[in-house]
Design a protein around this ligand. Sequence first.
Ligand SMILES: Nc1ncnc2c1ncn2[C@@H]1O[C@H](COP(=O)(O)OP(=O)(O)OP(=O)(O)O)[C@@H](O)[C@H]1O
Ligand SMILES: [Mg+2]
Length: 516
Amino acid sequence: MIEHANARALELFGVFDPSDLSEESLSQIVSGEDFHALWALLAAAATGARPQLINISARTLSGDHVPVRVGARLVAPGSIRLVFAAIEAFDQTASRLRASERRYRQLFHAMPIALLRIDSRGSLAMFEEPRRQGFEDLDAYLRANPAAFERALDTICVAEANEHAETMFGDGTPRSMLRSVRVFWQARPDTFRRILRARYAGHRNVIEETVVCGVAGQRVPVLFSMAFPTDDARVGNSLIGMIDMSGQMRAEAELRRTQARFANAARTSVTNELAASIAHEVSQPLSSIATNGGTALRWLSKSPPDLTRAVSRLQRILDDAERANGVISRMRDMSSGVMVERSNVDLNAVVREALLILNDEIHSKAVEVRLHLDEGLPTLSGDHVQLTQVMVNLVINAMQAMEKSGSVRPTIDIITRLLDDGWLALEVKDSGPGIGAAHLTRIFDSFFTTKSAGLGIGLAVSRSIVEAHDGSLLASNGGLGGAVFTVRLPTIVLAAEKIAALPGDVGQVFLAQTRG
Ligand SMILES: Nc1ncnc2c1ncn2[C@@H]1O[C@H](COP(=O)(O)OP(=O)(O)OP(=O)(O)O)[C@@H](O)[C@H]1O
Ligand SMILES: [Mg+2]
């Protein structure tokens, strides 16, 4: 009976479970002449004679006959070790391996996602030092040894790239991607840092949305995933898969633009409606003023003049003028009664959103917008939508002013920064004609406009919004002639300090006021 069979024997006889084989007697594996030869071999081995080799044919469980070379040796009294070596077995195994390798390779190259095989032996070597020094978190080590991070960027390299990866990140020349990973992480070294950290911490993989640079400088937004094999033999290899997200991001940006266009259209129609209702409410008292004026004139020019009637008409004129004034001041109240829905607002995000809303106009008017945004700005407590509205108003005004004056290279500079006194400042500078001295004091008045189609409410509303945020909006002319609008807003910290400085329950009153 066969008492034990090792893994190779199982493979040879095509069996997965050793119990399948141990139930078989040798006579079922080897038959006829070959059985006699095997028996003679066993008998010789049992006497302790020198081991010999014979070639016979063995039957596998699936019924195939495999040519094998067999040796027998007495290992203990009553126990003989039989060694079967399939003559073609190694060839077969090798060819099976080659076939499976071919399949893997075809799959690797044909997959419609970018795949990279990474030789990360460099990172394994670099992990030895922090482990020796007892660092649990690689970040702390990298902070103390920035050079180690740079070394990892240079020593970890791409060993293989599939066609899709070459198309996405290569420069068209063969093997252009087989290099150290440094170039790929130019835009997002933070992702690379997270990969190293995950690997150091023994995680199995890393998945995130990031941006990977190509060798020709292209930047591709991708869904990135990297797997670290745990199998000892392949530890120096890892596999990266990347799906190009630029199409999806384009679709999302397009969606945002469409939403912005809708929002803008809604706003325009609200403004148009407002204009129509102003016109309607004011035109009625105006026309009755005109009629009463005419009538009063007639009564006065009579001889003798009918003063009583004239006075009554003049009184009506005064009443109508009062009514028209009432309409205007109601409108003014409406535009200044700003309700602020507060949340944490990133001023730079406000700028970007406004530019997104105006994107089409900026391009069609060939305006160059230059951003000088301080990326480390603290947040403020405010209404993102309303502040965006302010930005939109300022940029539209700038574009209109430059268009009217025929500015050759219409340029808008937008600057954000944190001032020394802890306030946030936002400046919008244009290359237009600037604001005439006579107008400077009036431009924030409701309904002041120098445009034929203007309503003159943009700046009035903008100032109300900024003031409802406890900030200020000022206009001036820049050194180069164009207008400069400066918004100052308190940061969250300043706002909190202001509340804290108020005595007792006055803080509540302050909050109520700022809400509108
Ligand atoms: N960047 C600028 N350069 C020069 N003048 C400006 C600028 N921004 C505003 N003004 C002047 O201030 C006036 C008032 O601007 P405001 O935005 O309040 O109203 P408007 O643009 O005329 O009309 P709308 O209500 O449609 O915005 C403008 O008519 C214009 O004369
Ligand atoms: Mg305007």
